[in-house]
Design a protein around this ligand. Structure first.
Ligand code: ZN
Length: 393
């Protein structure tokens, strides 16, 4: 790397990034990588140690000579609060600065009860989970919600979908209790970020498709989440299928894949065919029992999801498509239909190395994705430099 000029001197925030990523683990490394003088490295490292963001470790002495002091990112130097809200299941947790869960709790709440019920419950639970820990330790909040989110403002957008949440600005409500940066994204983006970082950190292009009560996707493109202009990227649930039979979708259009192939649609179709099914578990039982009509309905749903995914694969050319959500997890026949259609209908180049894999982290990806989202933001070089300049902890 060329030595930097005064105009591009590495800041303390940049030094923290190098230590956090493991690119530099000693002061000598930092000098070499950044081109900073020894006193300049010393100054920045001292600042980061004082803030509790970096700690020094001395390895056991090797044969002869003084061992170099290693610099480590101090994951115990603070916490982030995270919540992964699902349509029916929600997990709330406190994580350290490496994104490891320190304490967490699951709830079966219906998010349709609205923000007035759900947000106070989240805030009280975080307070509970924090216990005696000083509130200054809280560095940020990351949330995934089952709605389209205007990301920059943390504003839920979905009209007629999670109606009681429409237009809610979540960050100011959370900041009344925890005055720190609050990031809100849709639940499937959080799953995509979690699965990418946790399972496929070396792949730059990944699509996570959640098939559950609803259908949605989160797209990692070029190593980062693809949000689009306002945050609506990846909403594949409302792409129409051919020959859907004219089903009116809750978004107002007809034959959206969500309205003909989601868990909700499966239950509706099977009930119309006279099956006694109340939950996805009832459908699973019929599939296990080899009920031909149920199998056919599940396969047809898979074909319809595959049709929409084939188009998405042609546009995005991901290395891996991860299928998650309780419906995808429960039904082998659904997943095989999706694979079959995607491989048949996408272009040869887009599918040459394409893998279609089940989610490895399951619902846990939601919590880790929310943690990664907020940590990447509050520990970014810019955010760290700003907080150092302001003198805030
Ligand atoms: Zn729709």
């Amino acid at each position: 790397m060329p030595r930097r000029t005064a105009a591009t001197l590495a800041t303390s925030g940049e030094v923290l990034r190098l230590i956090r990523s493991g690119e530099a683990v000693t002061r000598a490394d930092l000098g070499r990588v950044t081109g900073l003088s020894r006193p300049a490295v010393q100054l920045r490292v001292g600042e980061l140690i004082e803030r509790g963001l970096v700690v020094e470790r001395t390895d056991a002495p090797s044969t002869g000579g003084r061992p170099p002091v290693r610099l480590e990112f101090n994951a115990a130097g603070g916490v982030v609060l995270v919540a992964a809200l699902g349509a029916s299941r929600t997990r709330v947790a406190v994580c350290d600065l490496a994104g490891r869960e320190l304490a967490g709790r699951d709830f079966a709440i219906d998010v349709e009860q609205g923000p007035d019920v759900v947000l106070p419950l989240l805030l009280d639970t975080w307070d509970d989970l924090l216990g005696e820990r000083p509130r200054e330790d809280v560095k940020g909040v990351g949330m995934g919600v089952p709605a389209t989110v205007e990301f920059a403002r943390g504003r839920t957008e979905s009209v007629r979908v999670m109606a009681s949440w429409t237009g809610v600005l979540i960050p100011p409500i959370v900041r009344e209790r925890f005055p720190v940066p609050v990031l809100v994204d849709n639940d499937v983006n959080a799953l995509a970020i979690g699965e990418h970082r946790g399972v496929y950190p070396d792949l730059d292009d990944l699509m996570f498709v959640k098939v559950s009560t609803r259908i949605g996707a989160g797209v990692i493109a070029g190593g980062g989440i693809l949000r689009g202009a306002l945050g609506a990227a990846g909403e594949i649930g409302h792409i129409p299928v051919r020959d859907g039979g004219g089903v009116l979708c809750r978004c107002g259009n007809v034959d959206c894949v969500d309205s003909v192939a989601s868990g909700t649609a499966l239950l509706r179709e099977l009930r119309a065919a006279g099956k006694d099914v109340k939950t996805i578990a009832d459908v699973t039982a019929l599939v296990r029992a080899g009920d031909a009509e149920t199998m056919a309905t599940v396969r047809e749903a898979g074909r319809r999801i595959g049709e929409v995914l084939a188009g998405a694969v042609n546009i995005l050319n991901p290395s891996v498509v991860v299928l998650g959500g309780d419906v995808a997890e429960a039904f082998g026949p659904l997943v095989s239909s999706i694979r079959e259609v995607v491989y048949r209908r996408s272009t040869a180049l887009a599918t040459r190395r394409l893998r279609i894999e089940p989610s490895r982290l399951g619902a846990g990806a939601g919590i880790s994705g929310c943690a990664v989202m907020v940590l990447d933001s509050v520990l970014s070089p810019e955010a760290v430099d700003e907080s150092l300049a302001l003198g805030t902890p």
